[in-house]
Design a binder for this molecule. Structure first.
Ligand SMILES: NC(=O)c1ccc[n+]([C@@H]2O[C@H](COP(=O)([O-])OP(=O)(O)OC[C@H]3O[C@@H](n4cnc5c(N)ncnc54)[C@H](O)[C@@H]3O)[C@@H](O)[C@H]2O)c1
Length: 264
């Protein structure tokens, strides 16, 4: 059997990728590696300033990127973003469902609207994007890759105050496995990445945003066997593996990238 060269395996030239929440943090780490590998990268984010800056930074490296403003929990926004990407680049080959929120609110204090917001941004959004993008992939008949960013909290709770977040991520892991089954006949591979603690704007990137977050991070850090937080690029490199031909026989899997914290 003739083996494809390593360079060719990770070459994403001619492919188009959407990265939700691609403006900052893990999303930008993923957008960076996919753009470096040659993909046209669409940064789909609600934060217009950061999103435009992110796309510009990728374009400055002579890579291809475009920003699209989208609230991932809004069906109309999602459909018009997908339509615009198809109009601009002709197809969509890779979808990374990364946008997510993780407010720390105990169940006792949580309102129904907090609950709905977390579920809408973390889970309904993935349904909306998967449905719209899978339709394009199926019509084009060239298959595709869908990568869902779950969390170690999809497997085991990391801290108190994240009950509804954990429900959204357990849900996303279930959704990943079942869509992998449904879309396999169309050569669309669906996998997940479960990050542990990653230094991003959302976690304070070394400078925690709230005293609650600071306390949680301090406790969490003590439990990490590798004794450090992960970097967004460490998720970016894993996403490149799942977006490329390096993962040609994988679907319905979840890769844990957590410095060993689930072991402790
Ligand atoms: N950072 C971690 O330690 C960690 C650990 C496990 C899982 N995750 C998951 O990784 C993903 C990214 O986390 P992060 O730490 O990089 O977050 P972050 O808060 O640093 O960045 C999130 C990005 O998503 C965007 N976003 C938020 N709501 C949106 C919406 N409604 N529509 C469009 N864009 C929206 C933000 O504008 C921002 O650019 C999330 O799904 C999170 O649950 C993060």
């Amino acid at each position: 059997m003739k083996l494809t060269s390593l360079q060719k395996l990770i070459d994403l030239k001619g492919k188009t990728a959407i990265v939700t929440g691609g403006a900052l943090g893990i999303g930008f780490g993923i957008a960076y590696r996919l753009a470096e590998a040659g993909a046209n990268v669409v940064v789909a984010d609600i934060n217009e300033d950061a999103g435009r800056k992110a796309a510009q930074e990728l374009n400055n490296n002579e890579w291809q990127s475009m920003f699209v403003k989208v609230d991932v929990s809004n069906e109309k926004d999602v459909q018009s973003a997908v339509d615009l990407v198809v109009k601009t680049f002709g197809s969509i080959d890779i979808l990374v469902n990364n946008a997510g929120i993780y407010p720390i609110i105990s169940v006792i204090q949580m309102t129904s609207s907090d609950f709905e917001k977390i579920l809408n941004v973390n889970l309904k959004s993935v349904f909306l994007f998967t449905k719209a993008v899978a339709e394009v992939m199926i019509n084009k008949g060239k298959g595709g890759k869908i990568i869902n960013i779950t969390s170690i909290d999809a497997l085991h709770p990391s801290s108190v105050g994240l009950a509804v977040y954990d429900a959204s991520k357990h849900g996303l892991w279930g959704f990943t496995k079942n869509t992998a089954l449904e879309l396999a006949p169309h050569n669309i591979q669906v996998n997940a990445i479960a990050p542990g603690g990653i230094a991003t704007p959302g976690t304070g990137a070394g400078k925690p945003v709230t005293p609650e977050m600071e306390a949680i991070l301090k406790k969490f850090l003590e439990k990490i066997p590798m004794k450090r937080m992960g970097e967004p690029d460490e998720i970016g490199k894993t996403a490149l593996f799942l977006a490329s031909d390096l993962s040609s026989y994988m679907t319905g899997s979840q890769i844990v990238v957590d410095g060993g914290v689930l072991l402790s």
